[in-house]
Structures are given as C-alpha cells and as structure tokens.
Design a protein around this ligand. Sequence first.
Ligand code: CMC
Length: 429
Amino acid sequence: MTDKKATLNIGDEHYEFDIREGSIGPDVIDIAPLYKNTDRFTFDPGFTSTASCESAITYIDGDAGVLLHRGYPIEQLAEKGDFLETCYLLLYGDLPTAPQKEDFVNRVTYHTMLHDQMTKLFTGFRRDAHPMAVMVGVVGALSAFYHDSTDITDENQRMIASLRMIAKMPTIAAMAYKYSVGQPFVYPRNDLDYASNFLHMCFAVPAEEYKVDPVLARAMDRIFILHADHEQNASTSTVRLAGSSGANPFACVAAGIACLWGPAHGGANEAALTMLHEIGTPDRIPEFVARAKDKSDPFRLMGFGHRVYKNYDPRAKIMQQTTHEVLGVLGIKDDPILDVAMELEKIALEDPYFIERGLYPNIDFYSGITLKALGFPTEMFTVLFSLARTVGWIAQWKEMIEDPRQKIGRPRQLYTGPEKRDYVGMSDR
Ligand code: CMC
C-alpha cells in the first residue's frame, strides 16, 4: 500500500481509494469497496484496465517487451534452463538446487503413465476429431480417475494433482495424436527426458527404432519453456475463475484448454500457419496486408499483435532462432512457407499501420513453422501449447487457492435489457 490515494468525483460526491504498489509495474487503484461505497460498478469489458488478482508468478512489461517468471527473464530460462526446472520455478517460486531438481524430475517421471482404463476413452472419439476436443474431454476425465487428488483443501493432494497433470499431459497429447493418425499408442519411457519422451511417444512406432535427435528435443523443450506461463491471459483467467468456485484442478485445467482453443488465443499458431499456406508465395503478401488493414474485412494477420505486447514479443525472438535451428538440423533450406513468413514479417514491420498500432509478430507466428518442421500436423499445435501451459495454469490455480483472501470470482454487469414487465399469455402475443 502507498500513501497515495485516488479520488473519484461523481457530481458533487467525492470518494477516495487506496493505491497499491506492485514490486514492479503499474500501481493499481483498489476499487474493491467501490460498489459498497458508491452503489456503482466499473465497466471494463475485456479487462483492458482491470487487475483481476494479485500474483507473484509472472511479470510482463508489454511496452518494453519483457517477460519474467519469478523475476527471471524468459531469454535466460530458455537459453540456460530446461522445462522441468521452469515448472519447479513457477510452482515453488525459486530455481531448484541439484537435489531438489532431481527429486522433482523423479516425481514427475513417476506419474507419466495413464490409468489404463483411460485408453478406452480415446477410442470413443471419431478418428477425425480435433485433438483439442479430445484434450478437453480426456483432461476433464482425469478427475474421474484420480479421486485421491481432487480434495483441494489438502495441500498434499493439490501437489499430487499438479505433478500428475504436468506428467500426464505429454502422454495424453501424444495419445490424441496417435489416435488421429491411426497408430498404436506408445507408452512413456521414463529413461528419457521430458521433451524426448514426448517426441518418442508421438513419433515412435513398434515396427522400428526411433532415436530422438537431441537438437530437436532441445527445441521442443524450449517451445515448452516459452509457453509455460503468461500472466492473466484468457485461459489462465478461465482456470482461476473455474477454480474460484472450488472445482477440482483437473476440471479447471480442462476449462483452460477449452479457452485456449480459440484462434484469438492458443489457436493462433494453427491459424498463422494456415494463413501462410493461403498466402502461398511472397508476391501475394501485399494483397493480404491490404485485407488486414481494411476495416470492412474481418481478416487479421494471424500471429501478429498482442493484447499486452505493444513491442516485440520476447518469446517470438527466441522462437525465431529456434525455428532456424530446427530447419538447419532437418536440412530444410528452401521452405516456401518460411520465405512467405520472413517477407511478411519484413513488410509488416515497415508498414505504418502495424507500427502505429504496435503490431509485432507474436510467438505463434514462428511456433507454427517450427512445429510443422518437427513433424506435427497443424491441429496438434494448440495441443502442444496446452501441454506447456498446464504448469502455468496449475501454478496460478495453486496461488489462488492458497491465498487466504480468495473468494469466488463473480463479475457484475451493465444491464441494458428490458425493465420489469408482466408475462403475456400466448394468445395475446
Ligand atoms: N491484423 C491486423 N490488424 C490488427 C491485428 C492483426 N493481427 N491485431 C490488431 N489489429 C488492429 C485492430 O484492428 C485495431 O485497429 P484499430 O485501432 O484501427 O481499430 C488495433 O490493431 C488494436 O486491436 P485490438 O483488437 O483492439 O487489440 P486487442 O488487444 O484486443 O487484440 C489480439 C489482441 C491478439 C486478439 C489481436 O492482435 C489479434 O487478433 N491478433 C491475431 C491473432 C493472434 O495472433 N493471436 C495470438 C496472440 S499471442 C498468443 C496468446 O497469448 O495466446
């Protein structure tokens, strides 16, 4: 709390509100008592000016292009750390020591297998089901299989549920993929690291040996790090809101996956690649850029723009480098889609429309190209995002549940419907 106060004048009524200071970033005006004191609500659709919670996990400075997890810059975590270390950091607040890391990796690894009955769930879906539809269903169903970790008042159960989800999400995602391509499920291999195990479960087949390329595994791991958490975005806010009612964490994460699916959020990597294919060749870029600028056309350049970043998304820079590493290892030199992507980026970065609005390529612009090169079909892109974001959702959910001031989330509204009126019988309508 600061000594500074915010004053609200409504006609000749005057109200004072406390101003709270974060460790970094903008102060917030604490309007919690607004309704009680003034009989009025605030109106902020899309939460563009509203802090929905207090959090010590992730900090973003969208104007400066900064992303910190528990204070550590994303660039350093992506370059020097690995995904499970990042998971530990998000969950526990600090980087692990060597014994803590070993113990954490063991605990996650111990939970990678799925209850065998769950494999039958997959076969209930159509083969051509979108894997995100499968993810929403199967992750929600975890609460039907792991009753011993759904008591949210028990700290130990909360942690077991968290570890289970981090550990099982790659298994579920890989099974969703295998089912869609008609191949047998591949069980987890606990001798492999997290990313290698995931690639193995996706691309190994019983008929031949599959060796995971360490550069590709490292790229996969980095993609997971880059997507691990992103403050109070739509899916994280969904998880928090679902969790605020006391729902179990598996159900909350299933809600987060549903929200992530949308093209304005996690679905953008799939949409960006689809768009690059639609553009096809660099000479068609001006036509698409013109459409993106035309207000009468709903088309937007997918993979551009961000609610918070009005500067370069720091994750996009790392992703761009990872893209080149992956294409290098795979010997992909003349990818026409990559040519379109590079040219589109160049043109958009020089165009006053994009400059004035602070529209830069976001992480989804490059992740689609990389995931395609790694061998994933476009429908799997958002699935991989959900896999990586699971730890962020869980860390934010745990933080909320463990906050003694936590209460159910319940926004209010500005009502513009009819005033009270009497029921009209059918014959008089
Ligand atoms: N192409 C063309 N114009 C755009 C775009 C775009 N991709 N994004 C925003 N604008 C324009 C928009 O028309 C508006 O112009 P004006 O001021 O003239 O009306 C201005 O920029 C501000 O846009 P907004 O819709 O008010 O911004 P927002 O913060 O509500 O939207 C966004 C953020 C990410 C939903 C939006 O930029 C978008 O739809 N981008 C494409 C989808 C995408 O790449 N999403 C991934 C986001 S990053 C990953 C994640 O967090 O999930």
